[in-house]
Design a protein around this ligand. Structure first.
Ligand code: SAM
Ligand code: SF4
Length: 377
């Protein structure tokens, strides 16, 4: 059975960061929390009515800034989900939280509501960089965030950090990383800042470290993370032993997921093996308006058989452990031998290694991941 996850999108933030292209919007003075929670639960009911009784293996409440929502709202949401669908006994339930939007009591209450993993958006511990990034928190709040998480009893939490920040030196980037490690998170997501279309940074680009410095930062950072016991298992994800993010792992292994909330995506495989991608109405206001009429999906698209190899590889080759033959067959409905010719080509180019059971990117293949996955187009 293909694992099934649930993604819940909360689309509001205190303000929009200049580098961000996520579906996030400056929050109105009063958040329509209860209206939105009701819409999310109606959205989920409709999704669940279209699948057989499959258990959910992970939940991720992402954004946006979910920690703008009170613990009471999160409690109502999780209680509602529990009534609508079957949850695995040891389910991972993550909530994204931004420093500057929570205090100790809120984290304590999230935990009581059933959240068992946090993902905290630190980005940097350097006040100047935090300002340039337009973040609402300062360096002190970034440090305190992890302490609050520990005190609330969250052993399992992730810190999001970015590197390659405007005018950032290698020393500064490593200092950020060391400070994050000193907070003892079980997981670290370490992203290189990219200039995304439709962001303020794209229209008015800041001066980023040059190619060589970015490479130096990445190499030195990876050495530091490995020395401290954080194993890289995906392009940007590092975890202490056995503490990988189950939810993201399911995306990368081309598992199924329901997406509820404004602009959320879903991917579902039906009993005859047909895979369909769905998207929800994107603007929060539009989502709520449609929700009041019982409409949630703005589009659905069936994946064609010929699209599956690329769709699978695009995700799975991000994993350091690569692609397993059985998983490929289970998730695409096709034997791995159907793309044997493409695998051989990638091998000849030095991008992939292949044994009987597993395909793994070479170092070169991982460095030029877009080229490697494009071979399966
Ligand atoms: C879904 S986002 C938002 C999480 C949370 N709202 C926050 O910003 O703290 C998850 C992570 O993606 C990363 N991210 C967002 N925009 C990025 C960009 N342009 N380049 C690299 N990483 C980015 C940030 O580290 C962010 O924490
Ligand atoms: S807080 Fe996160 S989601 Fe919100 S605008 Fe900033 S980066 Fe985007």
């Amino acid at each position: 059975m293909i694992p099934l996850s649930l993604y819940i999108h909360i689309p509001w933030c205190i303000r929009k960061c200049p580098y961000c292209d996520f579906n996030s919007h400056q929050a109105p003075t009063e958040l329509p929390e209860s209206e939105y929670i009701k819409a999310l639960l109606d959205d989920l009911k409709q999704e669940v009515s279209q699948i057989e009784n499959r258990a959910i293996s992970s939940i991720f409440i992402g954004g946006g800034t979910p920690s703008l929502f009170t613990a009471k709202s999160i409690d109502t949401l999780l209680a509602g989900i529990n009534q609508i669908c079957t949850l695995d006994k040891d389910i991972e339930i993550t909530l994204e939280a931004n420093p500057g939007t929570f205090e100790q009591q809120r984290f304590n209450d999230y935990r009581l509501a059933g959240i068992n993993r946090l993902s905290i958006g630190i980005q940097s511990y350097n006040s100047d960089h935090l300002k340039v990034l337009g973040r609402v928190h300062n360096a002190d709040e970034a440090i305190v965030a992890a302490q609050i998480a520990h005190q609330a009893g969250f052993d399992n939490f992730n810190l999001d950090l970015m590197f390659g920040l405007p005018k950032q030196t290698t020393t500064q980037a490593l200092s950020d990383l060391q400070q994050a490690i000193d907070c003892n998170p079980s997981h670290l997501s370490w992203y290189q800042l990219t200039l995304e279309p439709n962001t303020l940074f794209h229209h008015n680009p800041p001066q980023l470290p040059d190619h060589e410095s970015q490479w130096d930062i990445q190499q030195a950072g990876q050495v530091l993370l490995a020395k401290e016991g954080y194993e890289q298992y995906e392009v940007s994800a590092y975890a202490l032993k056995q503490q990988m993010c189950q939810h993201n792992f399911n995306y990368w292994e081309f598992g199924d997921y329901i997406g509820i909330g404004a602009g959320a995506h879903g991917k579902l495989t039906d009993s005859s093996g047909v895979i369909t991608r769905h998207q929800k109405y994107r603007q929060p206001k539009q989502y709520l308006e449609h929700a009041s009429k019982g409409e949630f999906r703005s589009s659905s698209k069936e994946l064609l058989t010929k699209e599956l190899p690329f769709e699978f590889m695009l995700n799975a080759l991000r994993l350091k452990s690569g692609v397993n033959k059985t998983v490929y067959q289970e998730r695409t409905g096709q034997p791995l031998s159907s793309v044997q010719r493409l695998i051989e080509q990638a091998k000849t180019k030095g991008l992939l290694q292949y044994s009987d059971e597993q395909i793994v990117c070479t170092e070169q293949g991982w460095r030029f991941l877009d080229d490697t996955s494009s071979l399966f187009l």
